[in-house]
Design a protein around this ligand. Sequence first.
Ligand SMILES: Nc1ncnc2c1ncn2[C@@H]1O[C@H](COP(=O)(O)OP(=O)(O)OP(=O)(O)O)[C@@H](O)[C@H]1O
Length: 282
Amino acid sequence: MANRVEKPIDTEDRDDKNERDIVLSARDVTVAFGSKVVLDNLNLNIYRGEILGFVGASGTGKSVLMRTVLRLLPRRSGTIKILGQDFDELDEPQRNALDMRLGVLFQQGALFSSLTVKENIQVPMREYLDLPRSLMDELAHLKIRMVGLAADAADKYPSELSGGMIKRAALARALALDPELVFLDEPTSGLDPIGAAEFDELIANLRDSLGLTVYMVTHDLDSLFSVCDRIAVLGKKQVMVEGTIDDMLAYDDPWVQAYFKGKRARAIVPQDDGARHGGSGK
Ligand SMILES: Nc1ncnc2c1ncn2[C@@H]1O[C@H](COP(=O)(O)OP(=O)(O)OP(=O)(O)O)[C@@H](O)[C@H]1O
């Protein structure tokens, strides 16, 4: 986009140990509601180009963390840097410039029901850019094609779409401003297994073709095994463990063991197969 303000990744946001750029870092983040502490000195890195799957038992704070990172919830303490920048240190135009580099797909899609798919996709464009209508139409159609929707979906309202189409339309809106980092909150929930697998494939393809970094909250074991390069598990108010599927299988915690070695997991991936690797391997 013409008025995007690019800022090179700071050297401090490079993990020299594994030679990767850190696009999101949370340091000692604490979030509480009154006396109820949900996240307690949480630390997390997300690396450029990866698909990070974020899991944890219900109520552990996955949504709270995502909403905190997106500044929809206040934190009590700690530092969050996105693409090398700390929102707290930015002025309004700089915040807007950074916001434009992020895309978000909320649970249930969260499309505006009174707007068509095309108009939904154009909401961020209208908010952040000043483009002629014809160009916005062209861009919206491009995003519609990108997420695998038929061209005639453009003029449909959310109520006329299937669950899978709503997810794709919401993804198109998340991609409206060509973001570098995309947040997906349970993107495959409510989809049948085939629809979910297709959506996973779409995300992996978009990551490969657009160089996206993806932060995906999910309960979907298939997604974790098929498209996520790394997994982070939220538990005990912190990121309890992060790494590959093999790291999860080796981690000694009852919830992690039950989740990754339970009956459903066993149906998806062999548990004693040294040849298996988590993710699509970036
Ligand atoms: N605005 C709020 N005020 C008070 N408590 C809240 C608020 N938002 C979340 N919580 C509490 O924070 C905890 C974490 O909630 P959160 O929705 O982040 O869990 P989650 O891990 O996303 O769960 P699920 O997998 O079921 O979606 C819960 O105990 C919830 O009740």
